[in-house]
Design a protein around this ligand. Structure first.
Ligand code: F6R
Length: 599
């Protein structure tokens, strides 16, 4: 979730680069850096933490006249957020910024004789380029040979003293835009930094690459020279940051399918799950697990408890952090204590973690923000890599937390040997399929928009599910509550007849999660009981259900977790569309804060 910008021209390079990074800062900010080249003179500056640290650090850098510059704001995936790992990465005479993941960086690194100083996958690009230039003696050919050797996703900007008035660029799988205003050329990984600078833009396609110099763009698609298609840049800043979506929440729902790939990256291989953050030695002697979290993260934790027990047969309890703190809990040293938090700053979760540490338990944080208080305190951390979440209602943080827990469950199952080969393979294949299940189907979104108008009144909602679909029901109800201000409750479907069914009438809306692959017949009979008592039923399933007043059809998946993930998206979109119809500010619901740092 990094961001990049670049510039060729004479108009205050440093200012454009810093302003550009500011516009991208919302995507991630564990470190940032820039490099400016004027003939043979290079100025490079990097800083850890927020962008203001970089601004302060490069205060004394003065740049007048023509030059080329590249800059980057980083959200760590490979390697810790340190200055050495911040971009631009450099070799002897060249500098690079990169978004994406180079999958074959380890092989490439082994084939090079260069001195590597960072732990990133990016650094290999610049050393490979310099090796190619030595052999080919031509910067453009050397750049092409470099990108031809890369596997993975990338948006790359590279500057070199071998061609000091140029920026080399390439795009494959990560966004990159080239902008123009007369002789000045700009680059950015999204529209926002270009607003107010570039008059026209060309959105690069995968496989496009080339080189720019003052007033000139040479563009290629694979081996073919092509003409850029510049069109006017008309978008405004706010819309640009939201990527054209109406709300950050909507953007974050849509990006889940890409983001989850980052969560999995480097942790899933054909043979199984591997985490560089933990090892079998660390988990030795652990006989049970306790998970502690708040809100949505708690719902992810509950889901994780089902997964770990199912796959690894390790007993798990999951508790709400604010309850755990004051109940004088019994803690045993052979229990692994897991805390889950998007922000890493939630006061109750942090306090629960302190208690577990003080009691001598091994602690593991599942968190989205590196260097946060929770990450600093826990023995070990697995980052969810969801990128910055701006919408107050959590979406992509939730789905990535569940993914970490699912992978962790399989990791434990591997060492405990609780699954046979075909069960293990089935889990692995399902994990790898998750990006498809999270992809928003536009037709589905349209249907939910239309459906939402029927669910604006009534005296309440029950979201019901069984097994792991119960915590998903809790999450669906929380999403609706927090942004629509309608009363909603998540409930285990089998428990309805022990009380809540008394509420059933046409004004009680039941949102029923009916997965084909898990206890379908059981949930079906629970829903039939509610239907018989006239509750209005909205069923979410891949199997037709005649008694439903409204039916939301999901795809046919062969694993319940893929149904879980597609249903998660349906519930997020449904809550958002209801809230929009009610005229609420979806990104800033009343009475709520993104990070709850007080008790
Ligand atoms: C709901 C939501 C909250 C958070 C909760 C914990 O959409 O975002 O319920 O999940 O406040 O926050 P973190 O995960 O930052 O500890």
């Amino acid at each position: 979730m990094c961001g990049i910008v670049g510039y060729v021209g004479s108009n205050d390079i440093k200012n454009f680069l810093l302003e550009g990074l500011k516009e991208l800062e919302y995507r991630g900010y564990d470190s940032a850096g820039m490099a400016i080249l004027q003939d043979d003179s290079l100025k490079i500056c990097k800083a850890v933490g927020k962008l203001e640290n970089l601004q302060k650090k490069c205060q004394d850098i003065k740049v007048d006249g023509f030059g080329v510059g590249i800059a980057h704001t980083r959200w760590a995936t490979h390697g810790k957020p340190t200055e050495l790992n911040a971009h631009p990465h450099f070799g002897e005479f060249s500098y690079v910024v990169h978004n994406g993941i180079i999958e074959n960086y380890k092989e490439l690194k082994e084939s090079l004789d260069a001195k590597f100083v960072s732990q990133t996958d990016t650094e290999v690009i610049v050393h490979l380029f310099e090796k190619n230039i030595e052999e080919l003696k031509d910067p453009l050919k050397a750049f092409k040979a470099t990108i031809d050797a890369l596997k993975g996703a990338y948006a790359i900007l590279l500057i070199t003293k071998a061609a000091p008035d140029k920026i080399f660029f390439a795009k494959e799988g990560s966004p990159l835009i080239v902008g123009r205003n007369g002789d000045e050329i700009y680059f950015a990984s999204s529209d926002a930094p270009l607003i107010g600078y570039a008059k026209e833009v060309h959105y690069l396609e995968d496989g496009e690459w080339g080189v720019v110099q003052r007033g000139e763009v040479q563009l290629f698609s694979h081996d073919q020279k092509i003409e850029p298609e510049f069109k006017p840049l008309t978008i405004n800043k706010e819309l640009a940051q939201k990527g054209g979506y109406r709300f950050f929440m909507e953007k974050e729902i849509y990006e889940q399918s890409d983001v989850i790939t980052e969560t999995m990256m480097g942790r899933i291989t054909e043979n199984g799950v591997d985490f560089e953050e933990i090892d079998e030695e660390y988990l030795k002697g652990i006989t049970s697990i306790k998970i502690c979290a708040c809100g949505t993260s708690y719902h992810a934790g509950l889901s994780g408890a089902y997964l770990i027990e199912k796959l690894a047969r390790v007993p798990v309890t999951c508790e709400i952090a604010s309850e755990f703190r004051y109940k004088d809990p019994v803690l045993h040293k052979d229990t692994l204590f897991i805390v889950i938090s998007q922000s890493g700053e939630t006061a109750d979760t942090l306090e629960a973690l302190k208690m577990a540490k003080n009691a001598g338990l091994k602690t593991l944080a599942i968190c989205n923000v590196d260097n946060s208080s929770i990450v600093r305190l826990a023995d070990r951390t697995i980052l969810t890599r969801a990128g910055i979440e701006k919408g107050v209602a959590s979406t992509k943080a939730f789905t990535t937390q569940v993914m970490v827990l699912w992978m962790f469950a399989l990791y434990l199952a591997q060492s405990a040997k609780t699954l046979d080969e075909s069960q293990h393979k089935k889990e692995l294949e399902a994990i790898m399929h998750t990006p498809h299940a999270l992809k928003v189907d536009e037709n589905m979104h349209e249907r939910l928009k239309r459906l939402s108008k029927r669910y604006l009144h009534g005296h309440g909602f029950f979201f019901i599910g069984r097994d792991i679909f119960f915590p998903l029901a809790l999450e669906g109800a929380l999403k609706l509550k927090e942004i629509s201000y309608l009363h909603a409750e998540g409930y285990p479907a089998g428990e309805m007849k022990h009380g809540p069914i008394a509420l059933a009438d046409p004004e009680l809306f039941t949102i029923a999660l009916m997965p084909k692959n898990l206890l379908y017949d059981k949930i079906k009979s629970n829903v039939e009981e509610l239907s018989a008592r006239d509750s209005t039923i909205c069923a979410i399933s891949s199997l037709e259900f005649d008694l439903a007043d409204d039916f939301v059809r999901i795809h046919e998946w062969d694993h319940f977790m893929l149904e879980y993930y597609e249903m998660a998206v349906v519930l997020q979109l449904l809550a958002m569309e209801i809230a929009i119809r009610l005229g609420n500010d979806v990104d800033m619901p009343r009475n709520l804060a993104k990070s709850v740092t007080v008790e």
